[in-house]
Design a binder for this molecule. Sequence first.
Ligand SMILES: Cc1ncc(COP(=O)(O)O)c(C=O)c1O
Length: 411
Amino acid sequence: MTVTRADVESLDVTDPLRSFRDEFHVPDEVVYFDGNSLGALPRKTPERVRELVEDQWGRDLIRSWNAHGWIHYPRRVGDQIASLIGAEPGEVVAADTTSVNLFKLLAAGLELAPERSVIVSEKENFPTDLYIAQGLVELLGTHELRLVERSELEAAIDADVAVVLLTHVDFRSGELHDMAGITEHAHAQGATVLWDLSHSAGALPVSLNDAGADFAVGCGYKYLNGGPGAPAYLFVAERHQNNIHPPLSGWMGHEAPFAFDTDYRPAPGIERQLCGTPSVLAMAALEVGVEILTRADLTEVREKSQRMGDLFLQLVDEQCDGLGLSPACPRDSEKRGSQVSLHHAESYPIMQALIARGVIGDFRAPDVLRFGFTPLYLRFTDVWDGVAILKEILETEAFRRPEFQNRQLVT
Ligand SMILES: Cc1ncc(COP(=O)(O)O)c(C=O)c1O
């Protein structure tokens, strides 16, 4: 049966998450399908950052490290993130960038398997994951990066493999890996797995410890709503923590940073994964975003996200038939993260035309239109409105206008 706007409106009325939208600043004129790239601004963030800047930094100056617990930010925010990804307090810290954390934990995986020399990943993995692996392999001069297609993964994990590096939800196709299954298979071959959760944490329930996971990293600025360039996070299973000697052996990961010893001695536990001084202003913003998510039921978040993706695909089928679009993501929502991706030969100008109409998604080379669903602040009627505008742009070929043809640096 064809979906009507009235059907879609009724989904918003019964949505158990609908009140969360009031906690975010989402401009009225915008349909925001890019919270998987940069999450929306929580309403409390400006006040929290102002307080930190004026009342803490401004008034209490350096005393704030102790008085306002600045020094505990990486652990405090890390413990909150742990609750979103199926980890225990003390297994996660918020720190650095995802790229830097990938370096640390890839090195950790290699250290735990000194007799093995291979890192396995997918050719389609997010570029920074691959670039960091390439850099580490080049630095060491003793290891190899084995890149395979998704369908070849299982066979590629053999007795030479030290670490498997995978992104749980593929950034381009939205395809979801079976975390527990792959982890079990890798362990059976004697390898560890490093999961990049950038497109999963905060969008769907993640159960790191139930899956027996070893390592994980992820972004703070996507579904965690921590703001542009927010600190990232990393997870190390408790059983591995004290067996790792961090290659980025900075003073914040020292057992006693303020003893100012000449020699590095790693802190016990997860803290040894810290490197330098935390970015306190950014931590304050991240904490607000994460705190909102800790109050949400992630099962409800997942259900809504799956329904939104299904609705989007159904509306595209019904309303945009014959207009050149085809799915670039799984149709089965169980196999998909919180996004829908579509192929079109003119994806770049189409996305520019959509953005000009207030429908913000993004373009991913070579030809993908990507629409992310952030159930805490997106409505089903946004999905309806977004597809209606997409249809209009395709039918009128408004995307052919010259102003939509120029590639900007950030796509
Ligand atoms: C899967 C994945 N990993 C990592 C990153 C980015 O890492 P960083 O925060 O270090 O730039 C992204 C950014 O979109 C991503 O999608």
